[in-house]
Design a protein around this ligand. Structure first.
Ligand SMILES: Cc1cc2nc3c(=O)[nH]c(=O)nc-3n(C[C@H](O)[C@H](O)[C@H](O)COP(=O)(O)OP(=O)(O)OC[C@H]3O[C@@H](n4cnc5c(N)ncnc54)[C@H](O)[C@@H]3O)c2cc1C
Length: 462
C-alpha cells in the first residue's frame, strides 16, 4: 500500500509532475502489447517517471523499506506481459531517460540511458558510419532498456546476433537501491561472474537497468534484397541451410508459409502463384557491389538447384523496399484475417524448422484452427499466429490447447519456449517443462539473492 506520505516522498525525488495517479494514467500503464487480457487489478497504484539513476535508486530505497512492488517499463511493446504491474505498486517508467551519453568512436562503443529508443540509437550510429545491428520489428518505439531486459532479437540475428551480443556493460539499480556497474570497455573481461549477461534477459526481475554500454561495428557499405518463391517448405529451408553451409551468411532470411502469403496477398492486393508454399526474403550485405553481386548469384543458383519457382533480385532500393514491405506488413495482414490473433514466439534448431512447421499445421488441423507461420528461418525462430475469435469460449479452449501443444512440440524437437519475446506472464505455466524443476529452482535462488523481498516485477517468469 502506497500511503500519502510515501507518495509525497517520491514526489520530492522525481518532481510532482512525474508521479501519476489518476485513474486514466493508471489504466494506461496496466497493459502492454501482449495478448494478456485487460484486468482492473493490474493497474499500478502510481506511475513514477525518474530522470536519473540516482532518482531510480532513491525510489527503490523507499520501495525496499516499504515492500512495494516495482515494475520497470520501457515502451510497453513487450509481447509477454512483462511490464504489466501484476502486484500493483509502482510502474517505474524509464521513458524520460533518453540521453545518448557518449559515442566512443575509437573503441566503437556507445553509452546510452535505458529509455533511448532503439531506432534513435540506430540512426545516431548510422550517421557516423557505425552499425548497431539488433533490429526488433518494434525498433521505432522500443527502448534499449527493454531490449536488454528481454534480450531482444530481430531479423538480422542470423548474421549479427541479438542484443546480448552487443551489451558490454550496464548500470543497474538493485532492489535495495544500490547502484552497480557491470562489464566495461575492455573486450576481454573475466573478472568475476558475468553479471552483464545475467541482467540481459532478466525481464526486470533482478534490477532496473539505467545505463547501457554497447559495442558497434562498421556499417556495411552496400546491401540488397532477394525474394525466393518455393513449391515446398523443405525446398525453402534447404536453400537457407545450403546458403549458410556455403559461407553465404545473409543479414536476414525470413520465411513465410502459404497462409501468411495468402494474408499478405489479400491485404496488399498482390498476385501470387497458387503453387507457392513458401516465400523466403533475404537481405545480403557486403563492402562493395562486386561482393554483393557474387552473393546474389550464388543464392540464385542454390535456390534454383532446390527447385525455386521464382527468384527476384531487387534492381533498385525502391524494389528492395517493396519486397520488405511484404514482410513488414505481414503482422497486420495476418491480424486482419480474424477477430483475434494469438502470436507466439518459439525457437528450434535450424534443421528442425520445416518439421516444426509441419507439426504446427497438424495441430491446426487437429483443433480446426488456422495457424499462419512465419519467422526468422535463418536462426530457427518461428512466430506461429493462431487466427481465432476468443469471444467464442469453445474456440478459446481449442486455442489454449493448441498453444500448449505448440510449446510441447517445440521442446520435443530440441527447441525452446521463446526466441526473443521472453517468458513474462504468458509463458509462465510452461517454464518448468523447458528448464526442469532444478533449473527453475536455480533461477529462483538467483532471484532470492538479488531481490530477497520479491519486489522487482513480481509474478513474472514463474
Ligand atoms: C509489432 C511488434 C513487433 C515486435 N518485434 C520484435 C522482434 O522482432 N524481436 C523482439 O525481440 N521483440 C519484438 N517485439 C517485442 C518487444 O518490442 C521487445 O521485447 C522489446 O525489447 C521491448 O522493449 P520495451 O521498451 O517496449 O519494453 P517493455 O515492453 O516496456 O518491457 C519489457 C520487459 O522489460 C522490462 N524492462 C523494461 N525496461 C527495463 C529497464 N530499464 N530495466 C529493467 N527492466 C526493464 C519490463 O519490466 C518488462 O519485463 C515486438 C513487439 C511488437 C509490438
Amino acid at each position: 500500500m502506497i500511503t500519502k506520505e510515501i507518495k509525497e516522498q517520491i514526489k520530492k525525488i522525481v518532481g510532482p509532475e512525474n508521479v501519476l495517479d489518476s485513474d486514466l494514467d493508471r489504466f494506461g500503464y496496466s497493459y502492454d502489447s501482449s495478448f494478456v487480457p485487460l484486468v482492473p487489478a493490474n493497474k499500478p497504484e502510481i506511475v513514477v517517471r525518474p530522470l536519473t539513476a540516482e532518482q531510480v535508486a532513491a525510489v527503490m530505497r523507499i520501495a525496499c523499506a516499504n515492500r512495494i512492488a516495482v515494475t520497470p517499463r520501457g515502451a510497453s511493446s513487450g509481447r509477454t506481459g512483462g511490464s504489466i504491474p501484476l502486484a500493483g505498486g509502482i510502474s517505474l517508467s524509464l521513458d524520460r531517460m533518453k540521453t545518448i551519453i557518449e559515442l566512443d568512436q575509437e573503441n566503437m562503443m556507445i553509452t546510452v540511458e535505458a529509455g533511448v529508443l532503439t531506432g534513435d540509437l540506430y540512426n545516431y550510429c548510422a550517421a557516423k558510419g557505425l552499425f548497431y545491428p539488433p533490429d526488433p520489428a518494434s525498433y521505432k518505439y522500443s527502448t534499449i532498456g527493454g531490449n536488454v531486459a528481454e534480450n531482444a532479437g530481430g531479423m538480422r540475428a542470423v548474421k549479427y546476433g541479438v542484443t546480448n551480443n552487443y551489451v558490454m556493460g550496464l548500470e543497474v539499480v538493485l532492489a535495495d537501491g544500490s547502484i552497480i556497474n557491470t562489464g566495461g570497455k575492455a573486450i576481454k573481461n573475466v573478472t568475476g561472474y558475468n553479471l552483464t549477461q545475467l541482467f540481459t534477459g532478466s525481464e526486470g526481475t533482478l534490477g532496473i537497468i539505467t545505463k547501457v554500454l554497447l559495442r558497434l561495428i562498421p556499417m556495411p557499405k552496400v546491401r540488397n534484397t532477394l525474394q525466393l518463391m518455393f513449391g515446398s517448405l523443405d525446398e525453402a529451408c534447404a536453400t537457407i541451410h545450403k546458403m549458410l553451409q556455403s559461407g553465404i551468411v545473409p543479414a536476414a532470411a525470413e520465411l513465410m508459409d502459404k497462409i501468411s502469403l495468402q494474408a499478405v496477398a489479400r491485404h496488399r492486393k498482390l498476385e501470387i502463384d497458387p503453387a507457392t508454399e513458401a516465400c523466403v526474403i533475404t537481405e545480403i550485405d557486403a563492402d562493395n557491389q562486386q561482393g554483393l553481386a557474387m552473393q546474389a548469384e550464388q543464392i540464385e543458383a542454390i535456390a534454383k538447384n532446390f527447385g525455386a519457382l521464382a527468384v527476384r533480385i531487387a534492381q533498385s532500393a525502391q524494389e528492395a523496399e517493396d519486397i520488405w514491405a511484404i514482410r513488414r506488413g505481414l503482422s497486420s495482414a495476418v491480424g486482419a484475417m480474424a477477430p483475434d490473433r494469438l502470436g507466439e514466439d518459439i525457437s528450434v534448431p535450424r534443421s528442425a524448422f520445416p518439421e516444426m512447421v509441419r507439426r504446427i499445421r497438424a495441430i491446426g488441423e487437429k483443433y480446426e484452427l488456422t495457424i499462419a507461420v512465419y519467422g526468422h528461418a535463418g536462426d530457427g525462430n518461428l512466430h506461429p499466429s493462431i487466427l481465432c475469435d476468443l469471444a467464442d469460449s469453445e474456440q478459446a479452449e481449442r486455442v489454449h490447447k493448441a498453444v500448449h501443444e505448440i510449446f510441447a512440440e517445440a521442446l520435443a524437437v530440441g527447441g525452446t519456449l521463446s526466441g526473443e519475446h521472453g517468458i513474462g506472464i504468458t509463458k509462465r505455466p510452461y517454464i518448468s517443462s523447458a528448464l526442469g524443476e532444478a533449473g527453475v529452482t536455480t533461477l529462483k535462488l538467483i532471484k532470492q539473492a538479488l531481490d530477497p523481498q520479491g519486489i522487482l516485477n513480481p509474478g513474472k517468469i514463474w
